[in-house]
Design a protein around this ligand. Sequence first.
Ligand code: ZN
Ligand code: ZN
Length: 411
Amino acid sequence: MKEELLREYARLAVRMGVNLQKGQKLVVRAGVDSAYFVRLVTEEAYAAGARDVIVHWSDEKIARERYLHAENDVFDEAYPWQVQMFDLLSAEGAAFLSVSSSDPAAFEGVDPDRIRRFSVAYGKANEKFYARLMASRIPWSIVAIPCEAWAKKVFPGKSGEEAVKLLWEAIFRSVRIKDGGDAVGEWTAHCSRLTDQAKKLNDYKFAALRYENVLGTRLTVELPEGYLFAGGSEKDGRGVDFIANMPTEEVFSAPKRDGVNGVVCSSKPLVLNGNLVEGIRLTLKDGRIVEAKAERGEEYLRAEIDIDEGAHYLGEVALVPYHSPISESGILFYDTLFDENASCHFAFGEAYPTCVEGGAELSKEELLARGINAESNTHVDFMVGTSDLSITGVTRDGKEIPVFVNGDFAF
Ligand code: ZN
Ligand code: ZN
């Protein structure tokens, strides 16, 4: 891929993604195969005035070997020095950038219980760090770059080299980078469109959203009083704008924890902890998932829902038009960062505190009292949008307003 486009992507991640400020530290979390891109990110970060750049490396192949062969009890603990690293750096206000590059089949055949136990242990140990991320107290962002295994899954039948090239092109289109283009300008306009859409949804003060489509989704999603939809950029604890996901096409909020009833069916495959889960069908009663089925990967889906009680409740409701740019590309990315931005989605697990008015300042207990799902060590998005999806908003005085008609916004 062309050096100047890669550099522009690195610059976009640093300047708009985490929006690194002069004198701030940057923590980059990335796989070892992404080193060539992380080096560019590091150069851009120092050019932006970074105080220091700290890289936390990982490798899926090594993680897989560990899942398969390490002693059974190591999955019940997280190492304190790792916990301390994220805790100290997030407490002092560092920015966190993740460079994702995942093989959708990385953990195929791994014991789902080992994955579940490690998620529980890791999530609990890193609770303070995750709370700062979830409440947007510190800036964070996720971007993705291709790896060969991922690219070949997206473009089957192509050689590794060709598939990687095609995936780079698809990623660049989705993050609005092109030869001679003005990515920063385009992102600024894009974020303001998303903010406008969110404001419309907030102004209606809906009591509930009713979903219906041909896959069998029949779901009523109540919204808590004082809910806030948001989209595009958000503000960190110091009031500085950052963009948590690149790409992003969604406006999102949180459902009322105990106010979701009916059946919801997934419309795209979900890669969950390195395993493919397809054909999800969840039944919810008073907010709780009482039945979880999937045509493929059901054991991995169940293991994730069994992480804790909060994982049995929805923590996000997100709206994305069927005719959004990523969806119109017709590419199934097998990566949630992209697929969730091509489709309406929900997440089970923890809600973002900022989804209710004043939420960033509230404790978990206060957030629960405000009606959102504030306590879980997971947050898993799954895609539910279709070309025929209808969503009807019901206002607090009982008026019905079309929100989605045939898969797209009605306003
Ligand atoms: Zn989302
Ligand atoms: Zn989400």
